[in-house]
Design a protein around this ligand. Structure first.
Ligand code: UT7
Length: 330
């Protein structure tokens, strides 16, 4: 069976660093609380631009790594919950900025599972012959939808982007092997933005009531994330006929270090084989997993042939996991 593979990566975070101390001066919170309850020490916030402006430098690095021009792309998928605008898609805006004149594309709204959903979609487009080279972007400017006065959410998120290129693998040993995706819409109001869509369009009242910001029942999402992520990984391993001993790296969505530790504990996976960078970036939503992959690749920590499990859980509730073998660096 022909397989698609990730053949290049890139990431970008804005230059301005906001340590926990920045919030201590503005909100009733402490560095100690944020570190101990979330594992986050700092995050980046963009001072201007939209999700496309975060994705653009990441996409350019990805193309540069692969040594191809943007015109060689035939599809762009942008996973995001903070599109530049409701229309056109951020994919279209990015296509123009990149000069990817031969690419079609679309945005994918999967919140924290957006990148996993987009990677699965791209894999199937490539394997089915509908596209040869798909640029899969996870990009979120969370600072545009988080209430800076709400200590329960303001400290959790950051801005960033991660991008991978998906194309046919010429090598049977590597590529995307298996996936599991789920959704449970009963969790829809545990993590949501109340207004700004077709249900409650923006008006003076919705703005005055601060209904355009993320609302989260943290404890409910926390419990659902631990169970959901552990279950989706266990299902993936079973489907792929893998044991945890086979897995070189687990790359979980980066929302909370305690969620990641609890999932690893449930599975019996040592933390040394779990990729964690949320201490430096916070929760960048659709960007967390590709940001981890790109950073770990750049640091030389991913080797050709490594068995890697990606796992995500987020608003919806959505969840998903992917098993792949690293195709770069042969
Ligand atoms: O990306 C996928 C979706 N998101 C997630 O996966 C996030 C899931 N949830 C979480 O990560 C955690 O639930 C949080 C980090 C959001 C909260 O941690 P927690 O340990 O579940 O705290 P809590 O919500 O149970 O709140 C405990 C206390 C509360 O005070 P009271 O009511 O006990 O007096 C909060 O008001 O901590 C308080 N609190 C804070 N205190 C200091 C909440 N935020 C802060 C803060 N600083 N920033």
């Amino acid at each position: 069976m022909p397989k698609a593979a990730i053949t290049a990566t890139g990431h970008y975070v804005p230059p301005d660093v906001y340590p926990n101390a920045w919030f201590e001066q503005r909100l009733d919170t402490t560095d100690a609380w944020i570190r101990s309850r979330t594992g986050i020490a700092e995050r980046r916030f963009a001072s201007e631009g939209g999700a496309s402006d975060l994705a653009l430098p990441a996409a350019r690095r990805c193309l540069e790594m692969r040594g191809i021009e943007a015109a060689a792309l035939d599809c762009i998928i942008v996973a995001t919950m903070t599109p530049d605008r409701p229309i056109p898609s951020t994919a279209a805006i990015l296509q123009a900025k990149l000069g990817a004149i031969n690419a079609w594309g679309f945005d994918l709204a999967g919140a924290c599972s957006g990148f996993v959903y987009a990677l699965v979609t791209a894999t199937k487009l490539v394997e089915g012959g509908a596209a040869r080279r798909v640029l899969v972007c996870g990009a979120d400017r969370m600072s545009s939808v988080v209430d800076p006065t709400d200590r329960a959410t303001a400290v959790l998120f950051g801005d960033g982007a991660g991008v991978v290129l998906v194309e046919m693998s010429e090598d049977d040993e590597v590529g995307v092997f298996e996936h599991v995706c789920h959704m449970d819409g009963e969790g829809a109001t545990a993590l949501y933005v109340p207004a700004g869509g077709s249900l409650i369009p923006a008006d003076a009242e919705s703005v005055a009531q601060r209904r355009h910001f993320v609302v989260q029942d943290g404890a409910t999402v926390f419990r659902a994330a631990v169970v959901g992520m552990a279950e989706v990984i266990a299902e993936l391993l079973k489907r792929a006929d893998l044991t945890l001993e086979d897995v070189a790296w687990m790359v979980p969505h980066q929302a909370n270090r305690r969620i990641i530790e609890a999932v690893a504990r449930r599975l019996g996976l040592p933390l040394e084989r779990v990729v964690i960078n949320l201490d430096r970036y916070g929760n960048t939503v659709a960007a967390t997993i590709p940001l981890c992959l790109s950073e770990w690749h750049d640091d030389g920590r991913l080797a050709y042939g490594d068995r890697i499990v990606l796992a995500a859980f987020g608003a919806g509730f959505t969840s998903g996991a992917v098993y792949l073998r690293w195709a770069i660096g042969a």
